[in-house]
Write a protein that binds this ligand. Structure first.
Ligand SMILES: [Ca+2]
Length: 186
């Protein structure tokens, strides 16, 4: 599946370059043998979600239970997305969507099914990720970090030690006008 996105991304780069689209962010040297993922393009719309959060072991909930993890995405001063809570875990994973088998038949649109923030890529904007341990009364902050929107790559990216007690995070960025059924099955 990853190769499909890489191939798709390469096509986007070629198409966008041909159209003179301004690309955000700076160029980075690709890893040896791996084609670079394209950066998000100015004024295009994207879904953004975390696919994975791993947190440190340690003192979490009373009785020694691991934390109940969820995250928020903040963009332009608003919390534009809040994830489902993954209970009692040091490693939480989220998928693009929780599409029930009957959803599409019953007229639930793909867009409505996608569990992600919606953003427009603009130079100078930032996007903030905030991870919490859900608790009765007060949700404990676990870690937060800010990424320049222009540094987001279309596809999957991994961050090591992005903030607080977060050991690792995975982020997925998908063009909103380019999402099909295949990408929802991951
Ligand atoms: Ca908790």
């Amino acid at each position: 599946m990853r190769y499909v996105w890489i191939a798709l991304g390469s096509l986007l780069v070629v198409a966008a370059a041909g159209a003179g689209v301004f690309y955000l962010g700076r160029e980075r040297a690709p890893a040896p043998g791996a084609p670079p993922l394209p950066r998000v393009a100015e004024e295009r719309h994207y879904y953004v979600l975390l696919t994975l959060v791993e947190v440190e072991p340690g003192k979490w909930d009373a009785g020694g239970s691991p934390p109940d993890l969820f995250y928020r995405i903040r963009w332009q001063g608003h919390d534009v997305f809040e994830s489902a809570t993954k209970k009692d875990t040091l490693l939480a994973k989220w998928s693009n969507a929780a599409v029930a088998p009957g959803d599409l038949v019953n007229g639930v649109s793909l867009d409505d099914s996608i569990k992600a923030a919606r953003i427009t890529a603009r130079a100078g904007d930032a996007i903030e990720f905030l991870v919490f341990d859900s608790d009765v009364g007060f949700d404990d902050p676990v870690g937060s970090w800010t990424v320049a929107v222009g540094d987001l790559e279309v596809g999957d990216q991994a961050w090591s030690r992005p903030g607080g007690k977060v050991v690792a995070a995975g982020c997925r960025v998908l063009p909103i006008d380019d999402v099909g059924l295949a990408s929802l099955t991951r």
